[in-house]
Design a protein around this ligand. Structure first.
Ligand SMILES: [Zn+2]
Length: 283
Protein backbone atom coordinates (compact mmCIF):
# COMPACT_ATOMS: atom_id res chain seq x y z
CA UNK A 1 0.00 0.00 0.00
CA UNK A 2 2.94 2.29 0.71
CA UNK A 3 4.98 3.80 -2.13
CA UNK A 4 8.43 5.41 -1.88
CA UNK A 5 6.84 8.86 -2.16
CA UNK A 6 4.04 8.18 0.34
CA UNK A 7 4.25 9.83 3.76
CA UNK A 8 5.73 7.72 6.53
CA UNK A 9 2.59 8.42 8.58
CA UNK A 10 -0.53 10.50 7.99
CA UNK A 11 -2.24 12.07 11.00
CA UNK A 12 -5.91 13.01 10.63
CA UNK A 13 -7.37 15.49 13.12
CA UNK A 14 -11.13 14.91 13.07
CA UNK A 15 -13.68 17.05 14.87
CA UNK A 16 -17.25 15.96 15.64
CA UNK A 17 -19.32 19.15 15.82
CA UNK A 18 -22.05 17.75 18.05
CA UNK A 19 -22.80 21.11 19.73
CA UNK A 20 -26.50 21.28 20.71
CA UNK A 21 -27.75 18.48 18.47
CA UNK A 22 -28.05 15.61 20.96
CA UNK A 23 -29.08 17.87 23.85
CA UNK A 24 -31.91 19.31 21.74
CA UNK A 25 -33.12 15.84 20.76
CA UNK A 26 -33.14 14.71 24.40
CA UNK A 27 -34.69 17.94 25.70
CA UNK A 28 -31.73 18.59 28.00
CA UNK A 29 -31.74 21.52 30.47
CA UNK A 30 -29.90 24.86 30.01
CA UNK A 31 -26.53 23.85 31.46
CA UNK A 32 -26.18 20.91 29.09
CA UNK A 33 -27.29 23.11 26.18
CA UNK A 34 -24.71 25.74 27.14
CA UNK A 35 -22.03 23.03 27.30
CA UNK A 36 -22.82 22.25 23.65
CA UNK A 37 -22.95 25.90 22.65
CA UNK A 38 -19.33 26.31 23.79
CA UNK A 39 -18.34 24.34 20.66
CA UNK A 40 -19.36 26.81 17.94
CA UNK A 41 -19.00 29.84 20.20
CA UNK A 42 -15.44 29.26 21.50
CA UNK A 43 -14.03 25.86 20.57
CA UNK A 44 -14.38 25.99 16.79
CA UNK A 45 -12.85 29.49 16.37
CA UNK A 46 -9.89 28.41 18.53
CA UNK A 47 -9.43 25.20 16.55
CA UNK A 48 -9.72 26.99 13.20
CA UNK A 49 -7.09 29.50 14.29
CA UNK A 50 -4.71 26.71 15.32
CA UNK A 51 -5.27 24.78 12.09
CA UNK A 52 -4.71 27.95 10.07
CA UNK A 53 -1.49 28.75 11.95
CA UNK A 54 -0.21 25.20 11.44
CA UNK A 55 -1.54 24.90 7.84
CA UNK A 56 -3.40 21.71 8.73
CA UNK A 57 -6.45 20.56 6.74
CA UNK A 58 -8.94 18.67 8.93
CA UNK A 59 -12.14 16.63 8.71
CA UNK A 60 -15.30 17.87 10.41
CA UNK A 61 -18.19 15.47 11.04
CA UNK A 62 -21.12 17.83 11.46
CA UNK A 63 -24.69 17.01 12.51
CA UNK A 64 -27.20 18.70 10.21
CA UNK A 65 -28.61 20.58 13.20
CA UNK A 66 -25.23 22.22 13.84
CA UNK A 67 -24.75 23.21 10.18
CA UNK A 68 -28.21 24.75 10.10
CA UNK A 69 -28.23 26.40 13.54
CA UNK A 70 -24.77 27.99 13.21
CA UNK A 71 -24.45 29.07 9.56
CA UNK A 72 -21.66 31.54 10.30
CA UNK A 73 -19.65 28.76 11.98
CA UNK A 74 -20.22 26.54 8.96
CA UNK A 75 -19.03 29.36 6.70
CA UNK A 76 -16.00 29.95 8.96
CA UNK A 77 -14.96 26.28 8.70
CA UNK A 78 -15.18 26.40 4.92
CA UNK A 79 -13.46 29.76 4.67
CA UNK A 80 -10.67 28.92 7.14
CA UNK A 81 -10.11 25.62 5.39
CA UNK A 82 -9.32 27.35 2.14
CA UNK A 83 -6.09 28.65 3.65
CA UNK A 84 -5.19 25.28 5.18
CA UNK A 85 -5.63 23.29 1.96
CA UNK A 86 -9.41 22.94 2.49
CA UNK A 87 -11.32 21.35 5.36
CA UNK A 88 -13.65 18.41 4.72
CA UNK A 89 -17.24 18.23 6.01
CA UNK A 90 -18.74 14.80 6.59
CA UNK A 91 -22.07 13.64 8.07
CA UNK A 92 -22.79 12.88 11.73
CA UNK A 93 -26.57 12.47 11.98
CA UNK A 94 -29.03 15.36 12.11
CA UNK A 95 -29.85 15.47 15.84
CA UNK A 96 -26.91 13.13 16.66
CA UNK A 97 -29.30 10.16 16.55
CA UNK A 98 -28.46 6.70 17.86
CA UNK A 99 -28.73 4.72 14.61
CA UNK A 100 -28.80 1.41 16.45
CA UNK A 101 -32.22 2.37 17.86
CA UNK A 102 -33.81 3.40 14.53
CA UNK A 103 -35.50 1.53 11.69
CA UNK A 104 -33.79 1.32 8.30
CA UNK A 105 -36.39 3.78 6.94
CA UNK A 106 -35.67 6.29 9.70
CA UNK A 107 -31.91 5.96 9.22
CA UNK A 108 -32.25 6.37 5.46
CA UNK A 109 -34.31 9.54 5.86
CA UNK A 110 -31.70 11.05 8.20
CA UNK A 111 -28.84 10.17 5.86
CA UNK A 112 -30.69 11.72 2.93
CA UNK A 113 -31.35 14.94 4.83
CA UNK A 114 -27.73 15.15 6.00
CA UNK A 115 -26.29 14.55 2.51
CA UNK A 116 -28.56 17.27 1.10
CA UNK A 117 -27.44 19.73 3.79
CA UNK A 118 -23.73 19.13 3.21
CA UNK A 119 -24.29 19.45 -0.53
CA UNK A 120 -26.08 22.75 0.10
CA UNK A 121 -23.27 24.27 2.18
CA UNK A 122 -20.21 22.86 0.39
CA UNK A 123 -21.54 22.46 -3.15
CA UNK A 124 -20.56 18.78 -3.23
CA UNK A 125 -21.77 15.49 -1.81
CA UNK A 126 -20.06 14.39 1.42
CA UNK A 127 -17.57 11.52 1.11
CA UNK A 128 -17.37 10.59 4.79
CA UNK A 129 -19.75 9.43 7.50
CA UNK A 130 -19.25 8.94 11.23
CA UNK A 131 -22.12 7.45 13.22
CA UNK A 132 -23.14 9.50 16.28
CA UNK A 133 -21.95 7.67 19.43
CA UNK A 134 -20.20 5.28 16.97
CA UNK A 135 -23.54 3.43 17.26
CA UNK A 136 -24.58 1.28 14.31
CA UNK A 137 -27.50 -1.00 13.62
CA UNK A 138 -27.00 -4.13 11.51
CA UNK A 139 -28.18 -2.28 8.35
CA UNK A 140 -26.55 1.10 8.94
CA UNK A 141 -23.34 0.71 6.95
CA UNK A 142 -25.19 -0.81 3.97
CA UNK A 143 -27.39 2.32 4.02
CA UNK A 144 -24.32 4.55 4.32
CA UNK A 145 -22.80 2.82 1.29
CA UNK A 146 -26.08 3.15 -0.64
CA UNK A 147 -26.15 6.89 0.06
CA UNK A 148 -22.94 7.44 -1.87
CA UNK A 149 -20.38 7.74 0.90
CA UNK A 150 -16.91 6.33 0.16
CA UNK A 151 -16.00 5.77 3.80
CA UNK A 152 -17.33 5.43 7.33
CA UNK A 153 -15.37 6.09 10.52
CA UNK A 154 -17.12 4.33 13.41
CA UNK A 155 -15.56 0.84 13.80
CA UNK A 156 -12.52 -0.54 15.61
CA UNK A 157 -11.31 -3.74 13.91
CA UNK A 158 -7.97 -2.13 12.94
CA UNK A 159 -6.01 0.89 14.07
CA UNK A 160 -3.58 2.42 11.54
CA UNK A 161 -4.91 0.66 8.42
CA UNK A 162 -8.15 1.11 6.51
CA UNK A 163 -10.27 -1.87 5.62
CA UNK A 164 -13.40 -2.65 3.59
CA UNK A 165 -16.67 -2.88 5.48
CA UNK A 166 -18.29 -6.34 5.36
CA UNK A 167 -22.02 -6.79 5.03
CA UNK A 168 -23.97 -9.81 6.29
CA UNK A 169 -21.79 -11.14 9.11
CA UNK A 170 -23.73 -13.78 11.04
CA UNK A 171 -23.16 -14.31 14.74
CA UNK A 172 -24.49 -17.19 16.76
CA UNK A 173 -24.27 -17.96 20.48
CA UNK A 174 -24.06 -21.66 19.64
CA UNK A 175 -21.62 -21.72 16.70
CA UNK A 176 -18.87 -19.84 14.92
CA UNK A 177 -19.34 -16.42 13.39
CA UNK A 178 -19.45 -16.43 9.60
CA UNK A 179 -18.29 -13.32 7.79
CA UNK A 180 -20.15 -11.62 4.96
CA UNK A 181 -18.81 -10.14 1.75
CA UNK A 182 -16.75 -6.97 1.62
CA UNK A 183 -18.59 -4.00 0.13
CA UNK A 184 -17.31 -0.80 -1.47
CA UNK A 185 -17.25 1.28 1.71
CA UNK A 186 -13.85 1.90 3.32
CA UNK A 187 -13.58 1.92 7.10
CA UNK A 188 -11.40 4.49 8.90
CA UNK A 189 -10.98 2.90 12.32
CA UNK A 190 -11.49 4.80 15.57
CA UNK A 191 -10.85 3.98 19.23
CA UNK A 192 -11.79 5.40 22.62
CA UNK A 193 -8.17 6.07 23.60
CA UNK A 194 -7.83 8.35 20.56
CA UNK A 195 -11.01 10.28 21.43
CA UNK A 196 -10.96 13.32 23.73
CA UNK A 197 -14.43 12.73 25.17
CA UNK A 198 -13.94 9.65 27.41
CA UNK A 199 -10.94 11.28 29.11
CA UNK A 200 -12.24 14.76 29.63
CA UNK A 201 -16.03 14.87 29.89
CA UNK A 202 -17.80 13.92 33.11
CA UNK A 203 -19.58 10.61 32.62
CA UNK A 204 -20.09 9.11 36.08
CA UNK A 205 -22.75 6.70 34.85
CA UNK A 206 -20.24 4.90 32.63
CA UNK A 207 -17.60 4.65 35.34
CA UNK A 208 -15.10 6.14 32.91
CA UNK A 209 -12.48 8.62 33.97
CA UNK A 210 -13.26 12.27 33.32
CA UNK A 211 -11.69 15.74 33.60
CA UNK A 212 -8.34 14.06 33.12
CA UNK A 213 -5.08 15.97 33.16
CA UNK A 214 -4.08 16.68 29.55
CA UNK A 215 -0.58 15.34 30.28
CA UNK A 216 -2.07 11.87 30.67
CA UNK A 217 -3.93 12.10 27.36
CA UNK A 218 -0.85 13.49 25.60
CA UNK A 219 1.14 10.51 26.87
CA UNK A 220 -1.39 8.12 25.33
CA UNK A 221 -1.73 9.97 22.02
CA UNK A 222 2.07 10.32 21.77
CA UNK A 223 2.42 6.60 22.42
CA UNK A 224 0.06 5.91 19.53
CA UNK A 225 1.89 8.41 17.31
CA UNK A 226 5.32 6.89 17.87
CA UNK A 227 4.13 3.29 17.64
CA UNK A 228 2.31 3.98 14.36
CA UNK A 229 5.35 5.86 13.03
CA UNK A 230 7.67 2.97 13.84
CA UNK A 231 5.45 0.01 12.98
CA UNK A 232 2.85 1.08 10.39
CA UNK A 233 4.68 2.76 7.48
CA UNK A 234 2.22 4.52 5.20
CA UNK A 235 -0.48 4.21 7.88
CA UNK A 236 -3.04 6.63 9.24
CA UNK A 237 -3.48 7.84 12.82
CA UNK A 238 -7.00 9.19 13.34
CA UNK A 239 -7.76 11.36 16.37
CA UNK A 240 -11.39 12.12 17.26
CA UNK A 241 -12.15 15.39 19.04
CA UNK A 242 -15.14 17.54 19.99
CA UNK A 243 -14.91 21.37 19.92
CA UNK A 244 -16.86 21.72 23.20
CA UNK A 245 -14.31 19.40 24.83
CA UNK A 246 -10.88 19.94 23.23
CA UNK A 247 -11.65 23.67 22.87
CA UNK A 248 -11.01 24.35 26.59
CA UNK A 249 -7.72 26.21 27.08
CA UNK A 250 -5.62 23.57 28.84
CA UNK A 251 -6.68 20.97 26.24
CA UNK A 252 -5.91 23.26 23.30
CA UNK A 253 -2.43 23.65 24.76
CA UNK A 254 -2.13 19.85 24.73
CA UNK A 255 -3.32 19.65 21.12
CA UNK A 256 -0.67 22.20 20.16
CA UNK A 257 2.00 20.05 21.84
CA UNK A 258 0.71 16.93 20.08
CA UNK A 259 0.88 18.67 16.70
CA UNK A 260 4.42 19.87 17.42
CA UNK A 261 5.49 16.36 18.39
CA UNK A 262 4.04 14.91 15.18
CA UNK A 263 5.62 17.61 13.03
CA UNK A 264 9.02 16.91 14.60
CA UNK A 265 8.96 13.40 13.07
CA UNK A 266 10.37 13.21 9.57
CA UNK A 267 7.76 12.08 7.04
CA UNK A 268 4.63 12.82 9.08
CA UNK A 269 1.90 14.76 7.27
CA UNK A 270 -1.55 15.95 8.35
CA UNK A 271 -4.41 15.36 5.95
CA UNK A 272 -8.19 15.07 5.60
CA UNK A 273 -9.70 11.62 5.73
CA UNK A 274 -11.32 11.78 2.28
CA UNK A 275 -7.98 12.38 0.55
CA UNK A 276 -6.29 9.52 2.40
CA UNK A 277 -9.23 7.22 1.64
CA UNK A 278 -9.21 8.16 -2.05
CA UNK A 279 -5.50 7.31 -2.32
CA UNK A 280 -6.09 4.01 -0.50
CA UNK A 281 -9.00 3.07 -2.75
CA UNK A 282 -6.93 3.85 -5.83
CA UNK A 283 -3.89 1.86 -4.70
ZN1 LIG B 1 -20.80 13.01 18.03
Amino acid sequence: MSTPTAPRLTVALTFDGDSLSDAVRRGDPPVKLSHGEFGPRVGIPRILELLRRESIPATWFMPGHTLETFPSTTAAILEAGAAAGGHEIGCHGWYHEDFSALSAEEQGAILERCVAKVREVTGAAPRGHRAPYWALGPDTLRLVEDHGFIYDSSLMADDYRLYRVRHGDRHSPTGPTTFGEEGRLAQVPVYWALDDWPFFEPAPATGRDALSAPSRVLEIWSGELHYAYDHAPGGLLTVTMHPECIGRGHRMAMLERFIAEAKALDGVVFDRLDRYVERWLAS
